[in-house]
Design a protein around this ligand. Structure first.
Ligand SMILES: NC(=O)C1=CN([C@@H]2O[C@H](COP(=O)(O)OP(=O)(O)OC[C@H]3O[C@@H](n4cnc5c(N)ncnc54)[C@H](OP(=O)(O)O)[C@@H]3O)[C@@H](O)[C@H]2O)C=CC1
Ligand SMILES: Nc1nc2c(ncn2[C@@H]2O[C@H](COP(=O)(O)O)[C@@H](O)[C@H]2O)c(=O)[nH]1
Length: 326
């Protein structure tokens, strides 16, 4: 691999505008059998999504992935979403119980539209076996497998039957994998995405490290079909994390899925907790993301996300804030 870089090191180069208004630019994306308003999905984490937010997102045309941390509620969740004619998108792990869960869903003909295999180190026989198990019992479900950080892993999971792969080992805001293990794509996530995308034959979801709305356009430029985001979605009214007041300022908790707060014990901890400033309603953030992405498309000289995939870029180390931070 040649030089590595991250989101803050890249700027996309503008091309001649062909629209009269940014409102003409279409940010929609198709993943599997469905089309969504934005190429963005809130992280499948307990402080980011719950059933109520999932319902709201799906009803308004956004993609979502429900987390897997209340496993006993998943079947009813799928039934509830389908009763409302909404997509059902769940997560699974790879432990023994999950095999029985998939078989049970198949036996009852309760078929999720999307199933995400949510594991820290996705380039593993455990994930390959789970992909094959889902494809055998629930062939109509769209399978997203991850997380990975190399082209070899993308190819292997695709060959096992994954319909999309999720790229990002350790770039997350509440991630401490890189500190605890020395491994990951933290600090070079965008270059890792490009590396993986060159090998991919199916959609890639870039996961972790998005800090600004412009990073969504950069992810699309470097090969992502969709972008998974945790921290930017934390802190909203609808975010399930606990709300606290610190020095008179409202904050909401955001913790890692491999943190002691999720696990309930200090074993193989690779995540931490932080408090994010309260941000108001999530729909306002989604609308702002859409407007910013429409603007990105206009700077790319096109009318839809495809235009962004072709733009030139420059690598200017740490250039994005011109030396300033918010
Ligand atoms: N995207 C990222 O960078 C990361 C994300 N996470 C998130 O944290 C959550 C917990 O992840 P995870 O621990 O995988 O899930 P689980 O705790 O469900 O573990 C899944 C299974 O994989 C095994 N396992 C986990 N990590 C490894 C490894 N490095 N090598 C071999 N076996 C392993 C576990 O066994 P055992 O526990 O006995 O090893 C267990 O049997 C997930 O939601 C994941 O997305 C966590 C770290 C990094
Ligand atoms: N290393 C860890 N990564 C984690 C953990 N919990 C979640 N995650 C990953 O982070 C992203 C969200 O990243 P953000 O930068 O947008 O906040 C999420 O989708 C997971 O892939 C964890 O405990 N450890």
């Amino acid at each position: 691999m040649d030089t590595v870089f991250d989101y803050e090191d890249i700027q996309l180069v503008p091309a001649k505008c062909i629209v009269d208004s940014r409102a003409e630019c279409d940010t929609s994306v198709t993943l599997g059998k469905h089309t969504f308003k934005l190429p963005v999905v809130p992280a499948n984490m307990q402080t980011i999504i719950d059933a109520s937010l999932a319902q709201k997102l799906a009803a308004n045309g956004y993609f979502y992935i429900m987390h897997r941390f209340h496993p006993e509620t998943r079947e009813q969740f799928i039934r509830d979403m389908h009763e409302q004619q909404l997509i059902a998108s769940i997560s699974v792990g790879v432990k023994e119980d999950e095999y029985a869960f998939v078989e049970d869903l198949a036996a009852k003909n309760v078929v999720p539209d999307y199933i995400t295999i949510d594991i820290a180190h996705g380039h593993s026989n455990a994930v390959i076996a789970m992909i094959q198990h889902i494809k055998k019992h629930l062939p109509e479900s769209f399978v997203i497998a991850g997380n990975v950080g190399t082209p070899e892993a993308v190819r292997e999971l695709e060959n096992a039957g994954a319909d999309a792969t999720k790229v990002g080992i350790g770039p997350g805001k509440v991630c401490i994998t890189k500190i605890k293990t020395g491994f990951g794509t933290g600090g070079w996530q965008l270059a890792a995405l490009r590396w993986c995308a060159k090998a991919a034959q199916k959609p890639i979801i870039a996961d972790g490290g998005i800090r600004t709305h412009g990073d969504i356009a950069k992810s699309v430029r470097f090969g992502a079909s969709m972008v998974m985001i945790g921290s930017l979605f934390a802190g909203h009214d609808e975010s399930p994390g606990e709300t606290v007041e610190v020095d008179g300022v409202l904050m909401k908790e955001y913790f890692g899925s491999a943190s002691e707060f999720q696990k309930g014990e200090r074993k193989n901890v690779e995540g931490k907790k932080m408090y994010m400033p309260y941000k108001g309603k999530i729909i306002d953030t989604l609308i702002e993301m859409e407007q910013d992405l429409q603007s990105s498309i206009s700077y790319a000289g096109g009318r839809d996300l495809e235009a962004i995939r072709k733009v030139d870029y420059v690598v200017v180390k740490n250039s994005i804030f011109n030396g300033d931070r918010y």
